[in-house]
Design a protein around this ligand. Structure first.
Ligand code: SF4
Ligand code: SF4
Ligand code: SF4
Length: 320
């Protein structure tokens, strides 16, 4: 559906207002956290694919993108990101795979590291999105609204782990400016937002426990208790912690028998697509100045109006 001029301005004005109102920079620990114990994960070596990955794909498949083809390049660029022919990839994050198991051998340990969104306490992705498409939930998770996302990938640029993944050929941009096409829409783990709001655990957590019972890799629950448990086990078993201070704190805590400096060094040596930097400063440590946000919102409106003006003026000329 292509929008007419009036509808276009209405949507853009709505988005700008949204950017100003919903992007109130919140920064707080949420209710829940996940402990990921790397001493227990074996990558589901006896299964055709890791059960946590399988469960995630199963519960989220109805939200996976179905791009309209042929996909247009992201103007003025000449390329676009299309994972739709690689939906089976489970060895990395994609718009169709929101968790993967990263294998790395360090100091004689073969580690299998479940990688997904860390759900930061002060998430730069939420604060950086100019359209207010990302929100931080009281449960501690961050969620992308696929109906609002323009696929500009600012969230990925500001994420210390580059977690959100883009699929072109989908999204609101196509409805607004189909001839220019958009970047697409960003996708990532939302900590099973609907499930946890219903009082259920994330699907990956349940799948792992069904297989490993009391040796399960994930422990999901009350954030304070998860942090306490992680610190206690780290002290008693000489384990290393990751995620408690990185990026100002997160809702995802890893425990490892090997230091994360070494893990990260190895991942970088392997030229892995996703690393685990230990020193991660939050680029939005200072709250965004509300006037700054107003300028962003006004900028969005102005930019969109400019683009729209150019498009409609060209269209009108062509129609004369
Ligand atoms: S976290 Fe659990 S389900 Fe996932 S790969 Fe490891 S053992 Fe398997
Ligand atoms: S890990 Fe990245 S995508 Fe996830 S909440 Fe933090 S900044 Fe956002
Ligand atoms: S919490 Fe839910 S969305 Fe996130 S990786 Fe696990 S199953 Fe997937």
């Amino acid at each position: 559906m292509e929008l007419n001029r009036r509808q276009f301005f209405k949507v853009v004005a709505g988005l700008s207002a949204l950017a100003l109102t919903t992007k109130e920079a919140r920064s707080y620990p949420g209710k829940f956290a996940t402990l990921i114990d790397l001493t227990k994960c074996d990558g589901c070596k006896d299964e055709p694919l890791p059960l946590c990955v399988k469960a995630c794909r199963e519960v989220n498949k109805h939200r996976f993108p179905e791009p309209k083809k042929p996909i247009q390049p992201y103007w003025p660029r000449k390329t676009y990101e299309d994972w739709s022919d690689k939906r089976d990839r489970i060895d990395t994050l994609t718009p169709y795979n929101w968790i993967f198991i990263q294998k790395v051998g360090v100091d004689g340990h073969n580690l299998y590291i479940p990688r997904r969104c860390m759900h930061c306490d002060s998430p730069p992705c939420v604060k950086g999105c100019p359209f207010g498409a990302l929100t931080q939930q009281p449960e501690g998770n961050t969620v992308i609204d696929h109906n609002l996302c323009f696929g500009g990938a600012k969230c990925r640029d500001v994420c210390p782990w580059q977690i959100p993944q883009r699929q072109a050929g989908v999204g609101i941009y196509l409805k607004l400016m189909p001839k220019l096409a958009g970047g697409g829409v960003m996708y990532k783990c939302d900590l099973c937002d609907e499930r946890i709001k219903r009082g259920e655990e994330p699907a990956c957590v349940v799948a792992c426990r069904d297989r490993l019972k009391d040796r399960a890799v994930y422990t999901f629950g009350d954030r304070e208790k998860i942090y306490e448990l992680a610190k206690k086990r780290a002290a008693e078993e000489s384990l290393f912690i990751y995620g408690d201070v990185q990026n100002g704190g997160t809702s995802t805590i890893y425990l490892s028998p090997v230091s994360f400096e070494k893990i990260d060094a190895k991942l970088r040596e392997m030229k892995a697509r996703f690393s685990m930097p230990v020193k991660v400063a939050n680029r939005y440590a200072e709250e965004i100045n509300p006037w700054g946000k107003a300028i962003v919102g006004a900028g969005v409106l102005g930019l969109a109006a400019g683009i729209a003006g150019a498009i409609f003026s060209k269209k009108n000329k062509e129609e004369v």
